[in-house]
Design a protein around this ligand. Structure first.
Ligand code: B12
Length: 310
């Protein structure tokens, strides 16, 4: 979270202007600290950055931009992914929203494969300001990473392009991840992929989901060795582990670790996800307090995993 002074310095927008945009146009609605000071999220900063650019580059007036943002946010709420009730049923408006989604992805992909950091970040900022971070990740960035991975595997792009694109997008994930406040009353969770597993996108999306609920997610990411995990669980009193596996070859060693972890840490709940655990998987076993992502409602699992201790 950022103070008004910090946002003003970062974006070169005077504090008085930021306050006016908020009061008159509701461009952003920052949280307040206990002392009443404004606290801007990563998403607020992205919105303000895009607003500034639209004014400078396209000569738009603040009122026009505010109107457009309001329209887009209403469309956003109509999106089933956001879980909200549809506010706009007008088909042409919905079509416009889809067109913009495609438009941003079409701008982003060439920027990424051309190693153009500035252009790529601008496109992501714009998407975040129009759709919010969740829709941007689920509808634009995650499908784009899949496209990049597919193109790399098909030999259409080089490994350097794949690495650059993945890293830039992962950095944006982490930025938002870090900006979401942790609820001090919530226990910790750990999120990791076992050794050798590099597909981390599903794990990131789920970790973001937990973090949005205030869970202190210790994100270890891909290719995490088992050594030291026990120590971490004890040190941070970790109550939940989210584990993602794509390649089924990693399941047998993971099962050994789960045997040990479930008997040693009776308060630990585990959620296993990723294509490696498909319902047909021969390695699917049952442990106490271990669930498979495909058979479980995420919200219900969170309620059980993070319920206050008896
Ligand atoms: C992107 C990608 C990559 C990227 C990964 C980038 C990254 N940082 O994650 C890169 C380019 C690095 C990569 C590398 C490789 N890849 Co690859 N890759 C893909 C690709 C294109 C998309 C995977 C993806 O990210 N999907 C999107 C995510 C969001 O979906 P998801 O993982 O299923 O997650 C969803 C759910 O499963 C769930 N979920 C997932 N985990 C968890 C965890 C929890 C706790 C919960 C609750 C939910 C949850 O949430 C998500 C949302 O619904 C797929 C092909 C495809 N089109 O799917 C191949 C694919 C997965 N890759 C594959 C392979 C073989 C490789 C390589 C070995 C290729 C090689 N020749 O070297 C390497 C090495 C990887 C390794 N050692 O782990 C194979 C896997 C085959 C297999 N069964 O093992 C695939 C299927 C391609 C293929 N057709 O063969 N890859």
């Amino acid at each position: 979270m950022y103070s008004i002074q910090k946002v003003s310095d970062m974006l070169g927008i005077p504090g008085v202007t930021l306050r006016a945009w908020e009061a008159r146009h509701r461009i952003v609605n920052p949280l307040r600290s206990a002392g009443g000071h404004r606290l801007y999220s990563e998403e607020d900063v992205a919105t303000l950055r895009s607003v500034k650019r639209l004014m400078e580059e396209q000569g738009l007036k603040i009122g026009e931009i505010a109107y457009q943002l309001k329209q887009e946010k209403q469309i956003d709420r109509a999106d089933p992914y956001s879980g909200g009730r549809p506010l706009i049923s007008n088909a042409s408006e919905a079509a416009r929203s889809v067109r913009i989604d495609t438009h941003i992805a079409e701008r982003l992909y060439p920027a990424l494969v051309a190693f153009n950091t500035e252009e790529a970040n601008q496109a992501i900022d714009l998407a975040m300001s129009l759709y919010g971070y969740e829709k941007t990740f689920h509808s634009i960035l995650a499908p784009l990473l899949v496209r990049i991975g597919t193109d790399w595997e098909a030999g259409k792009i080089a490994v350097a392009q794949e690495h650059f694109a993945s890293q830039l997008i992962l950095q944006r994930f982490m930025q938002v991840f870090r900006s979401l406040p942790v609820d001090p009353n919530m226990p910790s969770a750990v999120a990791f992929c076992p050794p050798g597993e590099h597909h981390q996108l599903g794990l990131l999306l789920f970790s973001l989901y937990l973090r949005k609920r205030g869970v202190d997610v210790i994100y270890l990411g891909p290719d995490t060795p088992y050594e030291g995990l026990g120590q971490l669980i004890e040190m941070k009193d970790v109550r939940a582990a989210a584990i993602s596996v794509t390649d089924p070859a990693h399941i047998a060693p993971l099962s050994e670790w789960l045997d040990r972890a479930t008997s040693r840490y009776p308060a630990l709940r585990v959620l296993l996800g990723g294509p490696g655990f498909g319902p047909q998987s021969a390695d699917r076993r049952q442990w106490d307090r271990v669930s498979y992502e495909d058979g479980v409602d995420w919200e219900a699992w969170c309620l059980a995993a993070f319920a206050p201790r008896q």
